[in-house]
Design a protein around this ligand. Structure first.
Ligand code: ADP
Ligand code: MG
Length: 820
């Protein structure tokens, strides 16, 4: 009998500790037989003993070995879901939470009342829930209201190797919650499940676990997979994938094909083309009507386009027209360039051509199925069913199929080598997706999918040189890519003051954490403790910071939202933040009078005009929204030089922000109003102040040419501004509606350089300098602190003034008298 491998230093598993209870489960017919084939089943006893004897256990095993579907069942049968306690399982991906809760419910013959899921805004959890699948973000929220997770007897952190930010934070928090529960005599078990990747980050990590937890490795049978590299790396990997799949299908023996591409649009395009090439028709019924397999997929905007990368003038077509090729024109790529990796056991390294042993199979239909995270549940489930007789299964997937979902009987993997990764925008904290090379570890995981049921082949659509030189070993944990400002604010809101000491599995840089803390102090979200020094990194969250933490955007925008809530301006601010977060909504049409006139009209007069570019954006988006309700969005955008994709993106973001804010603030019931009337003059003034509150560190002042002696310098500084620490003159960009207004004090969203010479401000709003002391206090130095002023009444302006002076920032700009 095979014994589980136990990590060196981990406690030894000794006497069998058979659970005292056994909760019977009534499985539907056939399920038990299928379970028995899974590698984890063979280890059930060892796994359960380890869990009974240790509070923390790490379970590592190849994808498809049965971890996710079986562990909850073991625990249930061993009595961990009794007395109103639950077994909780977290997943980084929503699709996995939903699909796995369904599967486990089915295998156990239990309904969704008992085996449930909860993801953001959606779920089927009931009072009777015993096994609860959820996204990691959901559990993190629960910890904020119930720190010791009193409703759970076990928490399973699944897919820990994916290293999502939330799973990483959960790991740190649970490493403290588990001992706390033990001291209270109310044990909580923690099981960390992972593919066999880089376990040392959480096992040999003294900050997390003083004694390394035992590691159980589930050995699973992995058949040899031969890896074939392409000789050349071609740009158009979709076409390459198509050609490769055609070749495999027409020339190689039976066995499923799994193709990895990067996103929903690509999946759908490839599925469509492969279906066209090898149509599946239901011949038995004698009908010419094609099976559902060939149904055209409905159009929808995908979550993960990144519009600013594309040329707005090019009409995007979802359909990628690939030629239906004559296969004989394409010689088989030699498989000579084989990787030395352990993955390759080259005893099965025959050339493709030798394997054409069944000429009849060459024109067989292909059963092509898509798989991506937003695919509806019932379509997702199709990949688990065997293909119709006489056809070959071909699944086109995103990296959902890499470790979260295992498709049976795959023999050939085609890997484009790329993936879509979340990239965080530094200014807005809003994330976008971009396509990059994946890591070596991921590529090997993908290859491994071909060896689940027998020897297989993996065709990489890139060269071995590319693999060796361009692929990083492992994907960098998300924690180290995300802007830390959001992270620090979230953690402080959870009551974790010393973020620097938090046991992160892979901590962000110390300097980054400190810089974030400094910025959050400037924004007023954090406050140094009384009498503490500059390098005390344990600032406390303020009440402003607390409300900021409820908004899912970068702290400066969160501050605007929090303050606007007090002023009943939330709907406008959401629209403004959404519009500012998407790049290039307004297309630059230098010299186009008509467009300029429209923009000028949107800008309005008085405070609206002074609100500047954000005002134009808000009106443009509002007007486009209005046009959209009558179906004329595209032509409206064309006419007004708005980037259609950006407008659609803003709309989505607006809906998303509105929904998230509604869920964060009870009884708010905010709706996105397509008819939103433009703000009144007074509201526009408040909006200017709100923008200053968030962008208080991005203030610029116009330089008065009279103060400059040198004639050359005079020209250089004509209409120019001085921005913070910048030496060079900065100008308002020509696309700004304020470019001819030359307001003396402005805030800007961004400074950027045009062709290596001139600096320009984008997203400009005029402000009144007397707002600075109250709205950007951390950057102002006043002659007297504000509470100590002596106000005087000025009858000519009917205002109260206080005669103090001050400076803003290190540039020592004089501030005028503060008006109250
Ligand atoms: P792991 O978590 O170790 O990667 P899983 O528990 O997800 O493994 O998968 C175990 C097995 O269950 C796999 O062979 C997979 O194909 C199968 N499986 C998972 N979901 C379904 C489903 N909805 N229908 C049929 N089989 C499934
Ligand atoms: Mg799994």
């Amino acid at each position: 009998e095979q014994l589980p491998q136990v990590a060196i230093g981990g406690p030894k598993i000794t006497a069998p500790n058979v659970p005292a209870v056994f909760v019977p489960v009534n499985r539907p017919p056939g399920v038990q037989e299928a379970r028995m084939k899974l590698p984890v089943l063979a280890e059930e006893q060892a796994i359960m003993e380890a869990i009974n004897e240790n509070d923390v256990v790490v379970l590592a095993g190849e994808t498809g070995s049965g971890k996710t579907t079986q562990l909850p069942q073991f625990l249930y049968e061993a009595g961990y879901a009794r007395d109103g306690k639950m077994i909780g399982i977290t997943e980084p991906r929503r699709v996995a939470a939903i699909s796995m809760s369904r599967r486990v419910g089915f295998e156990m013959g239990l309904s969704s009342e008992n085996v449930s899921y909860l993801i953001r805004y959606e779920g089927n959890v009931t009072e009777k829930t015993q096994i609860k699948f959820m996204t990691d973000g959901v559990l993190l929220k629960e910890i904020q209201s119930d720190f010791i997770l009193s409703r759970y007897a076990v928490i399973i952190l699944d897919e820990a190797h994916e290293r999502s930010v939330y799973t990483d934070i959960l790991l740190g928090l649970l490493s403290r919650i588990v001992p706390l529960r033990r001291r209270r005599g109310n044990r909580l078990k923690l099981i960390v499940m992972s593919a066999t990747l880089r376990l040392e980050d959480f096992v040999q990590n003294e900050k997390l676990f003083r004694i390394p937890p035992p590691v159980i490795n589930v050995e699973s049978r992995q058949f040899p997979v031969t890896v074939h590299f392409n000789k050349y790396t071609r740009e158009d990997y979709l076409k390459e994938a198509y050609l490769k799949a055609c070749k495999i299908h027409t020339r190689l023996p039976p066995g499923g094909i799994l193709i990895f591409v990067t996103g929903q649009q690509e999946v759908r395009a490839l599925v469509r083309n492969l279906r066209k090439a090898f149509p599946y028709r239901r011949m038995e019924i004698g009908s010419e009507k094609e099976e559902s397999n060939s149904v055209k997929l409905e159009e929808s905007e995908s979550e993960d386009d990144f519009p600013h990368k594309k040329n707005p003038k090019v009409k995007r077509s979802d359909e990628i027209h690939l030629p239906i090729i004559d296969l004989d024109e394409y010689p088989v790529v030699s498989s000579g360039d084989v990787d030395e990796d352990e993955l390759v056991l080259s005893d099965d390294n025959r050339d493709m051509e030798e394997e054409i042993d069944d000429p009849k199979a060459t024109r067989a239909p292909m059963w092509v199925l898509p798989l991506y995270s937003l695919l509806p549940g019932h379509k997702q489930a199709k990949v688990f069913e065997p293909p119709p007789p006489g056809s070959r299964l071909c699944v086109v997937a995103t990296n959902v199929a890499e470790t979260s979902l295992t498709i049976p009987s795959v023999r050939y993997v085609v890997d484009c080598g790329k993936e879509k990764r979340r990239r965080y925008d530094k200014t807005t904290g809003v994330s976008a997706f971009m396509v990059t090379w994946t890591s070596k570890a991921s590529a090997n995981q993908r290859a491994g999918r071909a060896g689940r049921t027998g020897p297989g082949h993996c065709y990489r659509l890139y060269s071995s040189a590319m693999f060796n030189d361009q692929f990083e070993e492992y994907s960098i944990p998300e924690m180290q890519r995300k802007p830390v400002d959001d992270l620090v604010l979230q953690m402080k809101a959870m009551g974790i003051h010393r973020v620097i000491n938090f046991p992160f599995p892979s901590p962000p840089g110390q300097e980054q954490l400190q810089a974030s803390e400094r910025r959050l102090i400037l924004l007023g979200a954090l406050q140094r403790r009384e009498g503490s020094s500059e390098d005390d990194w344990a600032a406390r969250i303020t009440s402003l910071g607390q409300s900021m933490a409820t908004f899912p955007v970068a702290p400066r925008f969160a501050k605007m939202l929090a303050l606007s809530h007090q002023q009943d301006l939330l709907a406008y601010t959401i629209c403004m933040v959404a519009a500012l977060a998407v790049p290039e909504v307004l297309i630059d049409t230098a010299g186009n009078k008509e467009t300029a006139a429209f923009r000028r009209m949107w800008a309005g007069t008085g405070n609206s005009l002074l609100l500047g570019d954000p005002m134009v954006l808000m009106r443009a988006v509002g007007a486009a929204e209005h046009a959209g309700t009558t179906g004329g969005l595209a032509s409206f955008c064309e006419k007004h030089a708005l980037r259609l994709k950006a407008v659609v993106e803003v709309r989505k973001l607006r809906l998303q922000l509105t929904a998230e804010i509604n869920s964060a603030i009870p009884d708010l019931d905010l709706v996105v109003d397509p008819q939103m009337p433009p703000p009144s003059d007074e509201q526009a003034r408040l909006l200017r102040q709100l923008l200053l509150a968030g962008l208080g560190d991005q203030v610029a002042r116009r330089v008065d040419p009279e103060t400059i002696k040198d004639e050359e310098d005079k020209m250089k500084w004509k209409h120019a501004y001085r921005c913070g620490e910048l030496e060079e003159p900065v100008r308002i960009h020509s696309t700004s509606v304020l470019r001819r207004e030359y307001p003396e004090w402005v805030i800007y969203q961004e400074v950027y350089e045009v062709e290596g010479q001139r600096l320009f401000m984008r997203g400009v709003t005029a402000i009144e300098p007397e707002w600075l002391p109250s709205l950007a206090p951390a950057l102002c130095h006043l002659s007297l602190p504000l509470p100590e002023y002596t106000p005087t009444y000025d009858s000519s302006t009917d205002s109260i003034q206080c005669h103090i002076t001050g400076t803003y920032g290190r540039a020592a700009w004089n501030l005028p008298i503060v008006q109250i």
